[in-house]
Structure formats: C-alpha cells, structure tokens
Design a binder for this molecule. Sequence first.
Ligand SMILES: C[S@@+](CC[C@H](N)C(=O)[O-])C[C@H]1O[C@@H](n2cnc3c(N)ncnc32)[C@H](O)[C@@H]1O
Length: 256
Amino acid sequence: MDHNTLDHDRQIRCSADVVSEIRYLESKKNNPIVNDPYACLFISPEGGSMLKEALLQWPFFAEYLLSREKYFDDALNRYFQNTQEAQLVILGSGNDMRAERLLCLKGKKIFEVDFPDTISLKKEVLQNASQGLPDRVTYVGTDVSQDGFIDVLVQTGFNPNEKSVFLLQGLIYYMEPKGVDALFTGLGKILSQGSLLLVDYTSKDLGQEPYPENMKEYMLEKGFNVIEQVLLGTLTDKYFGKPHKEQWWVTEAEQA
Ligand SMILES: C[S@@+](CC[C@H](N)C(=O)[O-])C[C@H]1O[C@@H](n2cnc3c(N)ncnc32)[C@H](O)[C@@H]1O
C-alpha cells in the first residue's frame, strides 16, 4: 500500500475505524459477506473521512478489505473446527470483534494485541456497551515491532507450547520491513508445530519483489509452509464480480 498520499501517523491512528466503517456499511446490506453487528460501536467521523480519501486512491478498497475479512473468517472456521485446543492471537487487532461474532471461537482463549491507546479505547467502548468485555479475551497493549514483544505476550498468559493461530489482518502495511522481518523470525522460533499464520500483504511490504514467489521462500526461511496464497482481486471477483490486478495478497501458512 502506498503510504505517501495519506499522512502515516494519522493513517495508523484511524486505520482501525476505517475498517469498522467498511464492516458497518457491509453489515447493513441484505446478504453481507461479513456481518459485524459490533462495527457500529467503533465508527467515527475521522474514520469515515479517511475511508472517503482511501476510496479516491483505491476505488476497490472496501471490496478488498471485505474479501480479506471473509478469507480470514473462513480460514479461522476451518482451523478451529478441526483443532479443539488452540489459542488465537490477533496482532494489530484494532476493532476486530471476531471473538464475539465467530461461533468457532466461542470458549477459545484469545489475545488481542495493539498499541496501548487503541486497546484502552476499545475496552472503554465495550465496557460502555450492553454486552461488556468478553472474558475470554486478554487485551495486550504493546508495540509488536519492539524487541521483547513475544515475552510480553507470554507474560500475559500466551502458551507457546499450545497450538495457536496468529492473525495479522491489515497490520504489516504499517510496519517497517525490518520490524516485520523480526516479528516473523520471532514467531517462527516460538510457535508450536501445526500453528497457523494468517497474513495479508502487498508486494512492497517486505522490501522485496516480486511476489508471491518470494513469499513462499521467505516464509519457509522463517519456519512456515505456505498452504495457500490468493490475490485479493480474485476474491473481489468471486464476491463482488469486480476483479483487480493490484498486488495485494492473503496468505495462510502453517508452522513446519
Ligand atoms: C488497518 S488496522 C486493522 C485492525 C484490525 N486488524 C482489522 O482488520 O479490523 C491496523 C491496526 O494495526 C495496529 N498497529 C499498527 N502497527 C502496530 C504495531 N507496531 N504494534 C501494534 N499494533 C499496531 C494499529 O493500531 C491498528 O489498530
């Protein structure tokens, strides 16, 4: 994703609200591909205006993000239906409400990780809403690109010996390639066999091109076998009848 057009700090601060806005608008449709009844709690004027700006730059932005969300929902459903004992860790969790909206996650241990301010704000919104805070979710306010991030996660109760799914949805665009590399290296070292990594990326995110060929090799170096890689444009075609060739990808990789 090209960061030059929109101010980077503002992008990070409001990015979670932009995704909520998209989920909110989709959820109001008759047959939404993603139904998030909680999205309305997180929409903001800033998020709405940033979405308008993003749509000027990428007219397919909403369809891309919804297709990505659906792809990861499906992957989580498959994994948790087949794996009883597993934890979910959502990095850059923003306003993600899968803990509540996906049946396959009922009773599962979930960690939501984002910057401390984002986590505090989310907890405040949920505490003030009728359903309150889900008790199965551990909220971790930290910068995932910092050294020692995994230690912080373990201190909050994450068990590296159990299988886990790490979901990085819409995260690595906001990180430096060096930080992303350190994160994948750390995850590759700590995750138990059969753990799953779900991540979306563009051709520029890891500072290497071309993709997806390099991604398979890259992931293997980190200890993950890529199970599937899908160009988001093929999913926008499937769900919305709108194909695109932009190099935005979703990947599912398993700890080897
Ligand atoms: C585009 S939002 C996506 C939110 C959520 N995953 C979703 O799809 O609804 C990106 C999120 O990543 C978080 N983020 C970006 N860089 C981060 C970092 N280094 N450490 C922790 N969170 C980060 C932002 O605060 C923001 O909430």
